[in-house]
Design a protein around this ligand. Sequence first.
Ligand SMILES: Cc1cc2nc3c(=O)[nH]c(=O)nc-3n(C[C@H](O)[C@H](O)[C@H](O)COP(=O)(O)OP(=O)(O)OC[C@H]3O[C@@H](n4cnc5c(N)ncnc54)[C@H](O)[C@@H]3O)c2cc1C
Length: 426
Amino acid sequence: MTKHHTTSYYAASANDTRQRPALEGHETADVCVIGAGFTGLSSALHLAEKGYRVRVLEASRIGFGASGRNGGQIVHSYSRDLDFIEQHYGMDTANAMGQMAFEGGRIIRDFVQRHDIRCDLKDGGIFAACTGKQLQALESKKSLWERHGHDRLELLDAGGIRARVGSQRYVGGLIDHSGGHFHPLNLVLGEAAALESLGGVIYEDSAVERVQEGDKVRLFTARGSVTADFVVVAGNAYLGGLIPQLAQKSMPCGTQVITTEPLSPEMQRALLPQDNCVEDCNYLLDYFRLSGDGRLIYGGGVTYGARDPGRVEALIRPNMLKTFPQLRDVKVDFAWTGNFLLTLMRLPQFGRIGRNIYYAQGYSGHGIASSHLAGRLIGDAIGGQAERFDVFAGLPQYTFPGGRLFRVPLTAMGAWFYSLRDRFGV
Ligand SMILES: Cc1cc2nc3c(=O)[nH]c(=O)nc-3n(C[C@H](O)[C@H](O)[C@H](O)COP(=O)(O)OP(=O)(O)OC[C@H]3O[C@@H](n4cnc5c(N)ncnc54)[C@H](O)[C@@H]3O)c2cc1C
C-alpha cells in the first residue's frame, strides 16, 4: 500500500520520494529500531557506524512523524533548562547534562557534512523577548549556558533584534550562533540514505504490532517479524499503545505550522535580513524562519484535533500577521499539524525495558537536537558504554495524572493557564 506524508511544504519539496518495501517474512538483526524519525535513525546510524547489523521498521514513511514536519530549528539544551535540573536533581546531574546540552547540534552538522545531506542548513537561532521580563530571563539563560561551557551566545538589544527580525513585537533577544535551521524531512531522508549506504535496511509501511520480550526480542508486523539482540523504541508521539508503560508517562500534543508562497527577495530581507530562525519566549511559543526557497514557515500554538489544513491556517495566520503585518496579502500554500510528546517534568525519558529494549522519548517540544543526542547515547549504551545514557535514565519518570481519557483536558487547561500568563506577563 502506498503511504503518504502529511500535507506539508517539506513533503512537497522532498529530495527523495522512493518508497521502501514493507517487511515480508522473518529476518534476524543485531539491532531492530521501531520508528524512522531522528531518534530511530540517529540510533541506527551510530550503531551501523560501529558495525552492528541494523533493521528499521517504520509504520508509515521515513520522517512521517514529528521529524519530517517540524519547525526545523536547532534549539540547544532541554525543554526544562539546566537551572531546573540543578534545583531538582542536584549539581552533578546538571553538570553531566550540561556537558551534553550542546552536542545534538554538532551531531546534526557532522551528519550533514559527512554524508553530504542537502537540507538547506543555515546558522543562527534567535530567542526573541516580547517583554522586559523575558529579556531578563534571556540574560540569565546566557550566563547559565556559559557556566556550562557554551560560548556562542550574544544578547540583542531592541536595535540588535530589529536588525535581524523585521517585527515590532520584540524588545530584545539572544542569538545562539551555533543554533540554526534546516529542511527536516530532507535531513531525515538523508540520514536514511546514509544508513542504507552502511548496510542498514529500512522497511516502510511496517508497523510493529507486537513485541515479544526475551533473551532475544521478536517484533511482529502484519506480514513479517524480526528477531534481534537489541531493540530501540523510537515511536515517540506516534507510538500509540504498543508499549503501555511508555504511553502512561507521556502525552501526545498537536501543534500547527503554515508556509507562505515564495516571498520576493526584498520581502525576505525585510522580515529576516540575516536568515536566522526565531522562537519567542512565550510558553505557547511562535516560531518562524525562511525556507531554502524564500517562503516564511510559521508555527505556533498547541491545539487538539486541528488536522484540516483550512482550520490550521485559520488558527496560525493571525499569529503570523501579529508578528509580520506586512504579510497581509501573502498567500499560504501549505498548512499541517504534527504531534510532539510531552512529559510531566518536560524532560526527555530514556531507559530500558528488561535488559535489551532501549527507549528515548518525550522531548516535550524541543527534540531536534536531543533526539540526535539520544541516538548517540543509545548507540554507546548498546556498545557497552552506558554512563552518559544512564545520566538521563536516572531521572525520575512520572505517570500522567488522570489516566488516558483525562490527560488531554488536563493539559489543555495547563496550556490555557500559561497562555494567560503570557498575555499578562506574570
Ligand atoms: C509541528 C512541530 C514542530 C516542531 N518544531 C521543533 C523545532 O523547531 N525544534 C525542535 O527542537 N523540536 C521541534 N519539534 C519536536 C521534534 O520534531 C521532535 O521532538 C522530534 O522530531 C522527535 O523525533 P522522534 O524520532 O523521537 O519521533 P518522530 O519523528 O515522531 O518519529 C516516530 C516514528 O515512529 C513511527 N512509529 C510509531 N509507532 C510505530 C510502530 N508501532 N511501528 C513502527 N513505527 C512506528 C512513526 O510513524 C514515526 O515515523 C516539533 C514538533 C512538531 C510536531
